[in-house]
Design a protein around this ligand. Sequence first.
Ligand code: F6R
Length: 610
Amino acid sequence: MCGIIGYTGILNAGQIIIDGLMSLEYRGYDSAGFAYFPDNNTDKIEVIKSTGKVCNLENKIHENIKENHPLCGIGHTRWATHGGVSETNSHPHSSGKVTLIHNGIIENYQELANKMAAKSKYPVSQTDTEIAAMVIDSYYNGDPYEAIKNACNELDGSYAFCIMFSDIPGCIFSIRKNSPLVGAVCDEGSFVASDVVAVIDYTKEYFILPEMTIAKLTKDSFEICDFDGNEIIPEIMHINWDIAAAKKGGYDHFMLKEIHEQPEALLKTIAPRIVNNLPDFSNDGVDDSLFTGLSRIVIVACGTAMHAGMLGKIMIEKYTRIPVSVDIASEFRYADPILDENTLVIAISQSGETADTLAAIKLAKNANARTLAVVNVKGSAIARESEYVLYTHAGPEISVASTKAYTVQLAIMYLIAYRMALVNKLADESVISLKISGLLDSMDKMKKMLEMDEELYLITSKIKKADNIFYLGRGIDYAIACEGSLKLKEISYIHSEAYAAGELKHGTISLIVDNVPVIAFATQDNVYQKVISNVVEVRSRGAYVILVTKAGKHVDTTLCDHHIVLPRMDEEYTPFCTAVVLQYLAYYTAIRKDLNVDQPRNLAKSVTVE
Ligand code: F6R
């Protein structure tokens, strides 16, 4: 949450910061700010702030800086935690010679604020960040390293800072703890940012700033040292996706583009893990021993990633008969979970940064459980904390609502289930080989579903008027219903709930009245008739029913207002098609309501706070 970027070099820092903030806007978009040295030789830092989107800040920068473009600056796009949305609360914050931007939360800020007040320094904003600026400034006597080190020893919580000292023009200092920060250097200067998407226009080489080290950026150097002054050489990484992946590429929205990228993302995720038509994680360095001797598996994740975990549970239990539980990471971490060396904890996360999932995996490690991360972002915190990592290769997902990252997570869960079945000799190679063919084939089916956009668009004319919507399903379809409901709420702001279809009559059916939309998934043969009975129940109470089945089912047309037919396929793979249905329904409902699809209100893509 919150995107930060710093640049010092030979180019127009204002433009670089604005471009960078626009690519980081998915991390927060309620206000933005920019601080810069107006002239590299003066003892002065200027600050420009604006509420709302980064484009508001851009306008202000253009009004204020018409010539002598700055060569060094820091910029921030905010997702408010402490203090409401206002210019005063937006970053950068200054105290004395210090001006900084921050991503994270200073947990002991109140205590520190009291201490500062005792020294007759009072904050002007309601933010924890301004307190951090005050603490650093209180230790500053001309030595930035000492000031940062002493201040960080007092700060609890998570942070990534870009700091400028007014008497050190042209220079940016950075430090991070439990919040992401990457660095990059090229001929045009030095960069530090929350995400590589902000620097990819300039270089494809980057590094992750090691935690609790201090980086000093100048126009031609990027030096990192630890608290004892020892130089640290970071590991250089290479961005393995093209810059086009982070642009809209002709689509109206990132979400629509990312929905369409799914078959390709799936192929990129699955293909490198298929050897002789069998799942194989040796190129990922995941040892088969990870999958043996297990008494229990726990999947931890949040939101959409947790919904991928729900399907993972069904698949792993089906193929291994090992009990799997799916835990919401924010609950798991405080629930005193039962873990031991025979437990495998799988953390699923697109960003690899989600604070609760990160804490959950750390807890699992401390309890001696085995750990495996399924993450999309290379080198992210969750990947680094876990014993093993399986990267999903979705490429950058910019839209706040997750789509392609979800389906590639599903694919990895399927591969894990199949590999575990093989390793534990619970299924023959011939059986698993057929499963892999089915999985690969589902990508073609998914392509067919992508062509159903017009049909699904038409259906949303009714949905967009609803106040409440219900998603129903059983088994695999219940997991899909949960994701469908979340996606719709998230971007269309319509209240919806997902129900296990058989559970509705234990209370919630009282909410079904004339014209309440019910989206029922009935793709699983063993419970098909049961779901249809549940559809009859809601239909007889006036529900407006959208029924999703596989091809080949004879459906009584009086049962539903719309019948969405998936291609003929093995029921195990229907999630790759029903995912498209739920994504299109959410997307087109939001479009019809003229909402900001890619940046829904109150949300941010990376949830790095609890
Ligand atoms: C919803 C969505 C969120 C994320 C959740 C976890 O569309 O994207 O529910 O799935 O915040 O994020 P990651 O996967 O980054 O841990």
